[in-house]
Design a protein around this ligand. Structure first.
Ligand code: PCA
Length: 322
């Protein structure tokens, strides 16, 4: 027979282990644990869980483990999950505002990227709201640089190569660079190189580090083409059901996450470029020719974007250029 004290301990243990969280949310993220957006998401979830006073527990499911990247937006919209993260540019075909995040040679350093984010945030939130979503925070990647298997002095050196694309805008960029775009998700990058599915890519030094790019590609040209972002959003109907204290906990944690994310984006750009160099990759400053050719493509793409996005887009660019 159980002693009273043992019984009490058992009951207490049960109460504690089944936990008293009023709400449990699942938060799918596209990138794995080595990536700073996922690290930020985990801190965000822990902060909300700790500060909500047992009212809300958020569990991060990283690397597409619960829901694959292409499905995350729809999953939050349809309330299959309550909250999630996506790479903004992936949604480019839904609305031009999502394409803006991947336009090359418009905002190529972090101060400019912050300015562009400020100029575009209201429209980004507005488009998410149409799907019943609330924007919580963004995390930028370091500037996007060029990975290739030989030096690239001008676009002619890339002609006809297969270039990784990760969004509609980067497919267009690959076209304009005289290369063939091939869609390859982050998790398949290493294999795509070793099996010659792609010959080159434009992404951050962080993504090279996370994929050990030095094992299969030699040259890294710091073209600093754009600074894309991931965004985290919550389903508004789910959010509205929380009490206002818990809502405030979420908004405060989101503000902290955004601050942390932008700090990490800046810092990792420098640190991870150094790692690529230390691991033996040739880190190259782009030639004048390459820079001016790429800038021309940037102008073309801004103009195409303005044509597509109309008055809304013009207002954003005017605001950004102020
Ligand atoms: N890494 C992600 C998105 C942008 C970046 O720097 C990727 O390559 O998929």
């Amino acid at each position: 027979m159980m002693k009273n004290s043992t019984l009490l301990a058992t009951v207490l243990g049960l109460v504690l282990s089944t936990s008293v969280f009023a709400e449990k949310w699942d938060m799918p993220t596209p990138y794995g644990d080595g990536n700073h957006p996922t690290q930020v998401a985990k801190q965000f979830a822990e902060e909300v869980t700790a500060k909500s006073g047992d009212k809300l527990k958020i569990t991060v499911h990283s690397g597409g483990s619960l829901i694959k990247h292409p499905e995350i937006h729809r999953a939050v919209k349809s309330r299959q999950v309550q909250i999630g993260e996506v790479f903004i540019g992936r949604l480019g075909n839904n609305d031009p505002i999502f394409k803006l995040d991947n336009i090359p040679f418009l905002a190529t350093d972090f101060d400019s990227a912050e300015k562009l984010y400020k100029a575009s945030k209201a429209e980004l939130s507005k488009q998410l709201a149409k799907d019943g979503l609330i924007l919580l925070y963004t995390v930028p990647w370091p500037a996007q640089d060029l990975y290739s298997s030989k030096p690239v002095n001008s676009l002619a050196d890339l002609k006809g190569l297969k270039m990784r694309a990760y969004s509609p805008t980067t497919s267009r960029l690959a076209d304009l660079m005289g290369t063939t775009p091939v869609n390859v998700p982050f998790s398949d990058v290493a294999q795509a190189f070793t099996t010659s599915v792609i010959d080159a890519m434009i992404t951050s030094p962080s993504t090279g580090v996370n994929n050990q790019s030095w094992d299969y590609i030699s040259h890294f040209t710091t073209v600093s083409a754009w600074i894309p972002k991931n965004m985290v959003f919550v389903n508004k109907r789910k959010f509205d059901k929380l009490d206002s204290d818990t809502q405030q906990v979420i908004m405060a944690a989101a503000a902290n996450a955004e601050k942390k994310g932008w700090e990490l984006g800046r810092k990792n750009g420098v640190d991870h470029t150094n790692i690529l160099r230390e691991k033996g990759m040739s880190v190259i400053t782009p030639s004048e020719t390459l820079q001016s050719e790429l800038r021309e493509i940037g102008k073309t793409m801004v103009n195409e974007w303005l044509a597509e996005s109309g008055a809304t887009g013009k207002a954003i660019i005017d605001n950004y250029n102020k």
